[in-house]
Design a protein around this ligand. Structure first.
Ligand SMILES: [Zn+2]
Length: 255
C-alpha cells in the first residue's frame, strides 16, 4: 500500500502563525512522527511531499501523489482564524457514501479520544474545495488540528505529549483506512554481558511478570547465559528497553 503524507506550507510559505508558532514547522513535526510510527509498525510505502522547510506548490503536491500511485493522501494542517478545536476535510465534490467520506469518518473516529483527553472541541467532518483534495486522483483528507492563533490551542501544539498523541491517532486512523498489515514484531535479544546467571534470572523474572516470552539460552554450549525474548509489540519493546536502560544493562536489539 502506498501513502502520501503532505505537511502543508513550507519555505517562504509559513502558513498560519501565532503564539510564537509557525504552521509549517508544527505540521512537519507531526507528519514526520506519523511517518515514523507507520514505518515502524506497518508494511507501507510512504512518500512525503516535503521532508524539509521548502516551498512546494499545491498542484505539485497532488501531481507527486498521482504519479506515485498513492492509495491514500493525508494532508496535515493547523487551523487559524480565531476558533478552537479539530476538524478534517474531504473534497466537496464527493458524496457522503463515497469511500473518501467513509475513510474520513474512520480518521475522525481515531482522533476523537485525543480531543476528549485534552478537552479540544470536535468541529466535525467537513468538505471543501481545496486544491490538494480536488487534484489528487485517490481518496484524500486534510486535517486541521487546533488553532495556532488561539492561546489555549497553541498551548497544546507546544505540548510534546499532544503532538505525540495526535500523531499516534493519525497513524491509527491511516492504518485502519488503508487496512495496513502490521509488521512482524521485533525480536529483542538481550545479552547479559558480565552479569551472569543472577542478572539473567532477574531479567527473566521481569519478562515473566509482564507475560512476555522469555528464554534463557547458553549459546554454543558455553557457560555464559543470555536471555532472548520475541513477539514484542513496539510499545512492549519500548518498555523492555526502558527497563534495561534503567538498570544500565547491555543489550542488543535485532529485528
Ligand atoms: Zn494550512
Amino acid at each position: 500500500m502506498k501513502l502520501v503524507i503532505d505537511p502543508g506550507h513550507g519555505g517562504s510559505d509559513s502558513g498560519a502563525v501565532g503564539n510564537g508558532l509557525q504552521e509549517k514547522q508544527v505540521v512537519l513535526q507531526i507528519a514526520r512522527r506519523v511517518r515514523d510510527i507507520l514505518s515502524a509498525g506497518y508494511v507501507v510505502d510512504i512518500l512525503m511531499t516535503r521532508d524539509s522547510d521548502i516551498f512546494i506548490p499545491l498542484s505539485e503536491r497532488a501531481r507527486m501523489a498521482n504519479s506515485f500511485g498513492a492509495n491514500y493522501f493525508f494532508s496535515v494542517h493547523i487551523n487559524s482564524g480565531g476558533g478552537s478545536g479539530y476538524e478534517d476535510y474531504i473534497y466537496i465534490g464527493v458524496s457522503g457514501t463515497s469511500t473518501a467520506a467513509k475513510k474520513q469518518r474512520q480518521v475522525h473516529a481515531a482522533v476523537v479520544p485525543v480531543l476528549q483527553k485534552y478537552g479540544l472541541k470536535d468541529r466535525g467532518t467537513k468538505q471543501a474545495d481545496y486544491a490538494v483534495l480536488r487534484e489528487t486522483s485517490m481518496d484524500a483528507i486534510l486535517t486541521e488540528a487546533a488553532f495556532i492563533d488561539t492561546t489555549s490551542d497553541a498551548g497544546l501544539l507546544k505540548n510534546p505529549q499532544f503532538i505525540e498523541d495526535i500523531s499516534q491517532a493519525y497513524a491509527n486512523g491511516i492504518a485502519a483506512v488503508m487496512g495496513l498489515q502490521a509488521k512482524a514484531p521485533a525480536v529483542v535479544y538481550i545479552e547479559t554481558g558480565g552479569l551472569g546467571e543472577e542478572g539473567v534470572a532477574e531479567a527473566h523474572r521481569f519478562m515473566m511478570s509482564k507475560g512476555w516470552y522469555g528464554q534463557i539460552l547458553y549459546p554454543g554450549g558455553g557457560k555464559t547465559p543470555f536471555l532472548r525474548t520475541g513477539g514484542l509489540t513496539p510499545s512492549m519493546r519500548a518498555e523492555a528497553e526502558a527497563w534495561l536502560k534503567s538498570l544500565g544493562w547491555y543489550y542488543v536489539v535485532k529485528a
